[in-house]
Design a protein around this ligand. Structure first.
Ligand code: ADE
Ligand code: ZN
Length: 326
């Protein structure tokens, strides 16, 4: 496949807070006169280097302090959607993490409405459809997650949120702990995706699948290590939203050239290529991830089309929109 950059794409795994560029963080700190350690400001002015996922997450949560109002969330999402359009994204589902914002005293409605207004503008002005997925942090309280679901009922009814996800650091046995959140989300008509098997098996993906029955798994690259897990993913038609370069930059996978795409191709598993936290990992773009995969694996134009169709079927949008996008 030659023209990988111009190929239409669907992105299902991007954290809106992970699109917050260091230059924007620095500008907002200056503009709002926020109190940050000068050493940290110096670190922010250099290309990011992370020793692990949890090392990255520290900066990711710290930088969110510059997002203070609805306009900040709108600007963040609008900037990302314009970039997505440049990568030829035709449809995307975007994660957001309500907990750290609420903890900083931001109203949940300001977060959701700021993001959602950017989505509406993108649909009108860029012909780019986008949906929101609310993520809960695996290393925070389950009651907090349940409360936030209650607080979001109106936004869910108004179809501003189409699913829930789980992200952040894993804690022991997290899937069983968060099962009530999945049950509640399903009752509210939401779809479910979850980060799993990102850094080897913190919690066995088989347990995650059996306990939570997710529609999709985010990352899931280490599923390639277990025939049983691969079989289950295939049987249950679980889509994997892979993120090759982010896994390299978070040190979850050490050689980007050997990223295990071929196993998923051989097992006919539905997967997509995604940018995760493009402002932090590299920074990179969605196209950089596609180019890497295309260079290292023999994927024909027909195969790419087939993967795109399967990805479309794994989206959380309705049948009408799926038909329109075909
Ligand atoms: N939150 C943002 N990016 C994440 C990632 N790659 N893994 C887990 N939690 C995250
Ligand atoms: Zn992610």
């Amino acid at each position: 496949m030659k023209n990988i950059e111009n190929m239409p794409k669907i992105e299902l795994h991007v954290h809106i807070e992970g699109t917050l560029e260091a230059k924007t963080v620095l500008a907002k700190i200056e503009q709002k006169q926020l109190n940050f350690d000068p050493m940290y400001l110096e670190k922010l002015s250099k290309p990011p280097v992370f020793t692990s996922l949890s090392d990255f997450l520290k900066d990711y949560y710290k930088n969110m302090a510059v997002l203070e109002n609805q306009q900040d969330f709108f600007d963040l999402a609008w900037n990302h959607l314009k970039n997505a359009k440049k990568q030829n994204v035709i449809y995307t589902e975007i994660f957001f993490d309500p907990q750290p914002h609420i903890k900083r005293g931001i109203h949940l409605d300001d977060v959701i409405d700021g993001l959602y207004q950017a989505l509406e503008k993108a649909e009108k002005e860029l012909d780019l459809k986008a949906k929101l997925i609310m993520c809960f942090l695996k290393d925070e309280s389950v009651d907090e997650a349940l409360n936030i679901l209650d607080m979001s009922k109106l936004a869910i009814e108004n179809k501003k949120i189409v699913g829930i996800g789980f992200d952040s650091n894993e804690i022991e046995n997290w899937a069983a702990i968060f099962k009530p959140v999945v049950d509640k989300a399903r009752n509210l008509g939401l779809n479910v995706t979850t980060h799993a098997a990102e850094n080897s098996f913190e919690q066995d993906p088989i347990e995650v699948i059996n306990i939570l029955n997710p529609d999709r798994i985010d990352h899931g690259l280490y599923i390639h290590k277990s025939l049983e897990a691969l079989k289950l993913v295939k049987e249950k038609e679980i889509h994997l939203s892979l993120c090759p370069l982010p896994n390299f930059y978070s040190k979850a996978w050490l050689d980007p050239k050997t990223f295990p795409i071929q196993v998923f191709l051989d097992n006919d598993i539905s997967f997509s290529i995604n940018s995760d936290d493009p402002a932090y990992f590299g920074p990179t773009t969605l196209n950089d991830n596609y180019l890497l995969v295309n260079q290292n694996n023999k994927i024909s134009e027909e195969k790419w089309k087939n993967l795109l169709l399967k990805t479309l079927n794994s989206t959380f949008t309705n049948t009408e929109e799926k038909e329109y996008l075909k």
